[in-house]
Design a protein around this ligand. Structure first.
Ligand code: ADE
Length: 352
């Protein structure tokens, strides 16, 4: 199986942080790729989704047909790209990986569709960001495996149908609600990826540590898992950072004590909240009496991009019950007051 990837992580991260260096992105991507599981057996978590997928794959193989188009949705870092790679491996086909923002011009999507071979998988990340023109090229390609091309202008306009080999499109999105109706309808099934349990994350951490030759015991892995916000991408990054502390400040082994001490220094609290999360919650509590307050106002006040807040910070804060979305904006819950050491919402309100 080969993987061709042209996503534009670098541009996105530069938008978030103009000081980002190209080497950092390359390093993160290479690191993620080096530890990606390639089979269902080594892919931890998402148990019921894996079982459903195994059946779909077995059926497709029996019919000698490509797999139906699939849509994965859920917060970032839960393993959507990794799962697409596992599916390709299991089907014994190649996968081409791209993301919607890099399919800006019609020729980008046409080029990639025409390069596909029979049975191959096309993975489009952030598919909710696909532009209208690209979407319309994709509809007949998904439905009938054809490209409808138009040439000429007004009276002389001609349409040509170009057949494509049968392929499987796997779309991934953090915002299923932003997908257009017609595009959503062309996917057979939508699969939601769930946050991982602490036990699952602890397994992910021990597997990654094994690959990277990092010495860690079970309690150390669990201590990191507890602060990883249900997300394997975060767990994997933390295990590397804690391992740096273990090497420099201790004897190299990650124990519970070493993990807790390092994560405290990294300002990641017992529930995995980082400085930005706490800033966001504190802002709403202290300046807006617990909310509701609009996302753009929050973004401007804490100096973060609104989309980053929505896509990266919020899913976990919502699921942990610290934040609520209302039609009038974001509200902080009494649990968040308690967690951050404020007395409670009602008591806090009486201070203002
Ligand atoms: N690394 C990232 N996601 C993973 C998963 N689901 N299982 C094992 N290792 C992973």
């Amino acid at each position: 199986m080969s993987i061709i990837s042209d996503d534009n992580d670098f541009l996105r991260q530069v938008k978030k942080n103009p000081n980002t260096k190209p080497e950092k992105i390359e390093f993160d991507k290479n690191f993620e790729n080096s530890i990606r599981p390639k089979t269902f057996e080594t892919y931890i978590g998402q148990t019921s989704l894996k079982e459903t997928l195994k059946i779909s794959i077995a059926a497709a193989k029996k019919r000698e047909q490509p797999l139906d188009h699939l849509l994965f949705y859920g917060p970032p870092g839960l393993g959507k790209t990794t799962l697409a790679g596992v599916i390709a491996e299991q089907m014994g086909v190649d996968i081409k990986i791209t993301s919607a923002p890099s399919l800006e011009r019609p020729r980008d999507i046409i080029g990639i569709l025409m390069s596909l071979k029979g049975g191959e998988i096309l993975f489009i990340d952030e598919i909710h960001r696909l532009n209208k023109v690209a979407e319309e090229i994709l509809y007949p390609a998904m439905e009938d495996f054809v490209l409808d091309m138009t040439t000429g202008k007004s009276q002389t306009v001609k349409t040509m149908r170009i057949p494509l080999p049968k392929f499987t499109l796997i779309g991934a999105t953090t915002k299923a609600g932003e997908l257009s109706g017609p595009l959503r309808d062309r996917f057979g099934i939508m699969h939601r990826l769930e946050f991982y349990t602490q036990e699952e994350l602890s397994e992910v951490i021990q597997r990654t540590a094994g690959i990277l030759n990092i010495d860690i015991d079970k309690d150390g892995a669990y201590a990191i898992a507890k602060r990883s916000r249900g997300t394997p991408r975060i767990a994997n990054r933390l295990v590397k950072r804690v391992s740096d502390f273990a090497l420099v400040k201790h004897d190299g082994k990650i124990t519970r004590k070493v993990a807790d001490e390092s994560l405290d220094i990294l300002k990641i609290d017992e529930l995995g909240l980082d400085t930005t999360d706490r800033m966001l919650l504190k802002l709403i509590i202290e300046k807006y009496d617990g909310g509701p307050v609009g996302i753009e106002t929050i973004a401007a006040a804490i100096g973060e991009d609104a989309r980053t807040i929505e896509d990266v910070c919020e899913p976990f804060l919502l699921q942990a019950g610290f934040l609520q979305r209302t039609p009038r904006g974001r509200k902080v819950s009494p649990e968040a007051y308690r967690h951050l050491g404020y007395k409670c919402a009602a008591a806090q309100r009486s201070l203002f």
